[in-house]
Design a protein around this ligand. Structure first.
Ligand SMILES: O=C(O)C(=O)C[C@]1(C(=O)O)C=C[C@@H](O)C=C1
Length: 283
């Protein structure tokens, strides 16, 4: 049976994503994203599931940076799940909004609810945790004035009251999760494929006028549709960036080989981070 690691503890959105995508497998929780990626890298587990991007807050930079700079593992699937953030309080809490003095959650979850916090809990102290699940756990042992931001599973798992539902600031909230592994054959997801994607890492040769334009032209004239382009620091000095480009089609030996050759002729370094199916889950 394959082993599947995820950003835990129980009650995280990543666990929801894992449960929706994998029927079988032995599931292992990790406290941080790097620990989960390391465990796949060193063979402790077969598959890792880590958050990649949220519709409101954008890229989970820790995941991208760790996969690019520390442990390079291919992405073999993407799971997209709807995200609903709720305000969860201790079972003993009987007060009202003014009595909540601390909010605990993952930075991405807090960011998805900034407007709510600004309007209704402007004086609450914010505490960033490694996941929404660990925030819920903390609140379950804490005093009655603490609240966590997280999902319904966390409320159930830690015996918290679902005190205010759907506090995320924009309704169409989803998060993409990357499924990483060393062996593609172990990744068996029980769901129809909704799309196919290829993620590429492109490093420009040096800073010159029109460099990015030339890179994009290689995709444009081949009519290859991009769904994302993002720059991240190379961590080698100010102004040095690489680009992550998501192309809305699977890798093939004609178009992608052509793009790669054209970009390499311009002096770019081109690497494929993964070519994978996308599964959109309805929870
Ligand atoms: O903390 C969790 O529950 C997670 O699974 C992490 C995470 C994230 O990193 O974006 C996942 C989905 C939500 O967007 C909020 C938090």
């Amino acid at each position: 049976m394959e082993s599947i690691g995820y950003l835990g503890p129980k009650g995280t959105f990543t666990k929801l994503a894992v449960d929706s995508a994998f029927n079988g497998g032995e599931k292992f929780s990790f406290e941080t994203i790097p620990e989960c990626i390391d465990a796949v890298g060193n063979g402790q587990i077969d598959i890792g599931v880590v958050p990649l991007e949220n519709a409101i807050e954008g890229t989970v930079q820790l995941t991208v940076d760790y996969l690019v700079h520390q442990v390079r593992l291919p992405i073999f699937a993407e799971i997209v799940v709807p995200i609903q953030q709720h305000l969860l309080v201790n079972s003993e809490f009987t007060g009202d909004m003014d009595d909540i003095t601390e909010i605990h959650s993952h930075s991405h979850a807090i960011a998805q609810c900034h407007q709510f916090i600004h309007s209704f809990l402007p004086d609450a102290k914010l505490n960033f945790t490694t996941s929404t699940g660990s925030a819920a756990e903390l609140v379950s042992h804490g005093n009655a004035n603490m609240a966590a931001i997280g999902n319904k599973l966390a409320a159930q798992e830690y015996g918290l009251q679902l005190w205010k539902e759907n506090i995320h600031d924009y309704p169409n909230n989803h998060t993409r999760f990357a499924v990483i592994a060393k062996d593609e054959n172990l990744v068996r997801i029980n769901h129809e494929v909704d799309a196919e994607k290829t993620s590429m890492l492109i490093t420009l040769p040096s800073d010159y006028a029109g460099a990015l334009y030339q890179v994009l032209a290689a995709f444009a004239w081949r009519k290859m549709n991009l769904s994302k382009i993002e720059s991240r620091p190379m961590k080698t000095g100010l102004g040095n960036y690489f680009f992550i480009v998501d192309v809305n089609q699977p890798y093939d030996d004609v178009l992608f080989t052509g793009v790669k050759a054209e970009l390499e002729a311009l002096g770019c370094k081109v690497q494929v981070l993964g070519t994978y199916p996308v599964y959109e889950m309805n929870l």
